[in-house]
Design a protein around this ligand. Structure first.
Ligand SMILES: [Zn+2]
Length: 590
């Protein structure tokens, strides 16, 4: 695996440098190393776990707190029926080839991509066409140079059995959306039976990838955040659209892609909707919010784009899809979120498969009067003919549409209710007026879906920088894994005691604080910069007499002097974004 390569010079490939730093500083590393590792699994260490929590907190801040999306948490394993109904068992497959020499297996579309065949093209190919392309481009095994056998389609869900019964098939969820759909009725009640509403689930998902080789970008076990937003298709308007109307979305349109061009078209949310490039207002709203999320994670707008999915690239459930992509150093554009208009696909599937009503009742503004055709069995006529079975005949008639009976009577003078021939004179066909007060329908769904590990990765890569030959992880201030480092200039003469006091004070104020007294102050600053510690507070000999400290900024390396008593207020204002570093005190000239 290329991530294994040792790289101490910041000048080499960023992906390699990042992975080396991540291992050394305990952000993340490949799991199960003592047993030789297992591809596609990752372990987040102390700093990484915290950073991931902060990235996810950002996502929750925007979608749960600000927009008011509900959250839920359900199981990773689901009975087979769930993924049979959702279509995953049939569709969640990837083309695979096996080397006939070393028997290693690979994603055929990924191998073709290296030969310049886009994933868009590969995705619409049949297995035969894939085989032809492999032959034509002389694609051989990357591990041994061997020839490949015929491609097959491989189900990328982890299959298991639930309990001790072999017949009880279960799957590890490849996404977190189905939990939301199968719990729809209860979630709808929890949402006080009102549309629109959205539910998000953040949790682990499993995909048994054929050959994951991209570190955090492609994992077999990963964290996903699926947000399902339910609305009435007859009232599809987004009531908060104004907040994002002028947000510019750089979109790589289908029509552009078909010309094999990569130019994006900058459209405001309003323009994209007016030109019907995005069909759902809610979908456009979530795309704009996704762009803002990435900016908050440190990815500038110009390093983001949305790519409209071609018909054959769309997931089986989607009527319109966009992927949000971020430009990264090693892999080019990678997907960080998907935005699909799932219509009523999922609820319909689960309703059909489970037999449980998943519709929503809507009252009309004004009740509608409808005339209804009725078929009334005349028992006095049916009785003598069918004797004891007359009631059964009447019951059969009650189950069929009245129109069907009326049509048959008019056409042929009788109707076959099961095996019973019923004649015109044995029923009375009439009309009845009813007041209809409402109707039942299946809500539509738009889904933004984020890969948490990818959000982590892009935040990590965009934070990575080199200053004076040293690595500085410049995380946005509210996702930095450690907010404040506290350092005694020397670990003696009472400086350490004083520093511990400051550390306790700030920890009790709710800050994520780290105390470090080992090594020279320069080395400690360098370590802190690599870990992305936002501010450093140094206790020196003056601190003992006047109760002031220096505060150091990670990115500019500038320092200000402040009173210990003022620190809680000052730091709260800084981390809430109300003050910049320069506003925290007079910059010390060095
Ligand atoms: Zn091979």
């Amino acid at each position: 695996m290329s991530t294994e390569a040792k790289c101490s010079k910041p000048a080499c490939d960023k992906f390699t440098a990042i992975n080396e730093l991540a291992k050394r500083r305990g952000f993340f590393w490949p799991s199960f190393e003592i047993y030789g590792g297992s591809g596609g699994f990752v372990t987040y260490g102390p700093l990484g776990t915290r950073l991931k929590q902060n990235v996810e907190a950002k996502l929750r801040e925007i979608f749960v707190k600000k927009i008011g999306i509900y959250e839920m948490e359900s199981s990773v394993i689901a009975p087979g029926k769930v993924f049979e109904a959702s279509g995953h068992v049939d569709h969640f497959k990837e083309p695979m080839v096996e080397c006939q020499n070393c028997h290693h297996r690979f994603r055929a579309d990924h191998l073709l991509e290296e030969k310049g065949i886009s994933s868009a093209e590969a995705e619409k190919m049949s297995l035969d066409e894939i085989a032809q392309e492999i032959e034509k481009h002389v694609v051989v095994c990357p591990d041994c140079g061997g020839k490949f056998g015929a491609p097959t389609r491989y189900l990328t869900m982890f299959e298991t059995t639930i309990g001790p019964y072999a017949g009880s098939v279960g799957y590890g969820r490849p996404e977190a959306a189905q939990n939301i759909f199968v719990e729809f009725n209860r979630l709808f009640i929890a949402a006080r039976e009102r549309l629109p509403f959205g539910t998000i689930q953040l949790g682990h998902a499993l995909r048994n990838e054929i050959s994951p080789r991209q570190g955090l970008i492609r994992l077999r076990e990963f964290t996903i955040a699926d947000l399902e937003f339910f609305f009435d298709p007859e009232e599809p308007g987004c009531n908060v659209l104004k907040e994002v109307e002028n947000e510019v979305l750089p979109i790589l349109l289908c029509e552009t892609r078909l010309k094999e061009c990569e130019d994006t078209t900058d459209l405001t949310v309003r323009e994209a909707l007016d030109r019907k490039i995005i069909r759902s207002e809610w979908q456009a709203f979530f795309m704009a919010m996704a762009k803002r999320l990435l900016i908050e994670l440190g990815v500038p707008a110009e390093k983001q784009r949305f790519i409209e999915k071609l018909t054959w690239e769309k997931a089986h459930y989607s009527s319109q899809s966009f992927d949000q992509e971020v430009l990264v150093d090693r892999w080019g554009w990678i997907e960080v979120s998907g935005h699909a208009y799932r219509t009523d696909y999922d609820l319909s599937c689960h309703m059909k498969a489970s037999g449980v009503d998943l519709t929503v009742y809507k009252e009309f503004a004004t009740p509608v009067e409808q005339e209804e055709l009725t078929v009334k069995p005349l028992m006095a006529k049916l009785g003598p003919v069918y004797k004891g079975e007359a009631a059964k005949v009447a019951a059969l008639l009650a189950k069929v549409p009245a129109q069907e009976v009326a049509d048959a009577m008019q056409k042929q003078g009788f109707y076959m209710a099961g095996n019973y021939q019923v004649f015109k004179e044995q029923v009375e066909i009439g009309k009845q007026k009813t007041i209809v007060r409402g109707t039942r329908f299946i809500p539509h769904v738009v889904e933004p879906s984020f890969g948490s590990d990818r959000l982590f990765y892009v935040a990590f890569e965009y934070a990575y920088g080199v200053k004076d030959n040293r690595v500085v992880m410049s995380f946005p201030r509210n996702i930095a894994p450690i907010q404040v480092g506290v350092y005694p200039l020397m670990s003696k003469d009472g400086l350490d005691t004083k520093a511990v006091e400051v550390q306790r004070l700030l920890a009790n104020e709710g800050f994520m604080v780290e105390y470090d007294e080992t090594g020279s102050i320069g080395r400690r600053y360098a370590r802190a910069d690599e870990a992305g510690v936002q501010l450093g507070i140094t206790i020196d000999y003056d601190s003992l007499t006047d109760d002031t400290v220096t505060i150091r900024d990670r990115d500019s390396w500038q320092q200000v002097r402040g009173a210990i008593n003022d620190l809680p207020k000052l730091l709260h204002e800084y981390f809430e974004g109300k003050k910049n570093f320069e506003q925290m005190g007079d910059i010390i000239k060095s």
